[in-house]
Design a protein around this ligand. Structure first.
Ligand code: FE
Length: 131
């Protein structure tokens, strides 16, 4: 993937909605069962709302019952990066876009076969494109 995207806080605020800004730039979490994609099953690609990188596919989406869109694997693992998140008294694996740093959500190891992974992602971090 091409070089990283660096934007000022003001530029991100201008580009994103307040909720998209809060989630992607401040590592926020949308309330479950409120986002655009937790109950959404069209075929296509989920892009980063910050930079348009293709991050997830409807082919890997599953209903985890948690109120956030969930995927058992990313479209290309190389487009994502992980961090350790020790907030809220838990140790979790944080997931963000490698290109623009947008916070996506968290990665858990209780997903379905074949990967056993569960990418629990905020709808506010994604932009769906029908294929
Ligand atoms: Fe991005």
């Amino acid at each position: 993937m091409a070089g990283k995207i660096e934007k000022s806080d003001a530029e991100w605020r201008k580009q994103l909605s307040p909720e998209q800004y809060r989630v992607t730039r401040e590592k926020g979490t949308e309330r479950p069962f409120t986002g655009a994609y937790w109950d959404f099953n069209e075929n296509g690609v989920y892009k980063c709302v910050g930079c348009g990188a293709e991050l997830f596919s409807s082919e890997h989406k599953f209903d985890a019952g948690c109120g956030w869109p969930s995927y058992f694997k990313p479209l290309a693992a190389d487009n994502l990066e992980n961090d350790t998140d020790k907030s809220h008294g838990m140790t979790r694996v944080e997931v963000h876009c490698k290109k623009c740093g947008a916070h996506m959500g968290h990665l858990f190891d209780d997903g379905p076969a074949p990967t056993g992974q569960r990418y629990c992602i905020n709808s506010a971090s994604l932009k769906f494109e029908k294929k």
